[in-house]
Design a protein around this ligand. Structure first.
Ligand code: SF4
Ligand SMILES: [Zn+2]
Length: 127
């Protein structure tokens, strides 16, 4: 089961989540997000997969950019590393042990990599 299965917006297809610039209020979408149990996961997902458009995790595009900047501004302490996808600073054991990780060529955390693999498997099964 993925976090999406618990989403308050599941199956709503509400256009308020993707308001046209300057035309539509996002208040309705934000009200739904306010009741959602997976706002943190939703926000992380949108930052990880660069979903720029619409309301995610109860935040607008502009508000999410601010969160991203704030996360990036946090210094990375010794023994930790920042995931290039979700932007969280995590312990090194939360990254796959590979040369590529150590030399910085790729640095997505295990959670992000698992999420991506799951999405790829799903996409494959729909094809
Ligand atoms: S936080 Fe909002 S957009 Fe994200 S899953 Fe919940 S209701 Fe949907
Ligand atoms: Zn990550």
């Amino acid at each position: 089961m993925s976090w999406r299965d618990s989403a308050a917006c599941l199956g709503t297809f509400d256009p308020a989540f993707f308001p046209a610039k300057g035309h539509q209020s996002n208040r309705h979408a934000k009200a739904i997000c306010a009741t959602c149990p997976v706002t943190a996961e939703c926000l992380d997902y949108s930052l990880t997969y660069r979903c720029y458009y619409g309301i995610w995790g109860g935040l607008t595009e502009k508000e999410r950019r601010k969160v991203k900047r704030q996360r990036e501004a946090v210094a990375v302490p010794e023994g930790k590393k920042r995931c290039s996808k979700c932007g969280w600073v995590k312990r090194l054991d939360q990254f796959p042990r590979q040369r590529a990780i150590k030399d910085g060529r790729t640095s997505a955390c295990r959670t992000c990599r698992n999420e991506l693999a799951r999405d790829n498997r799903r996409a494959g099964s729909w094809a």
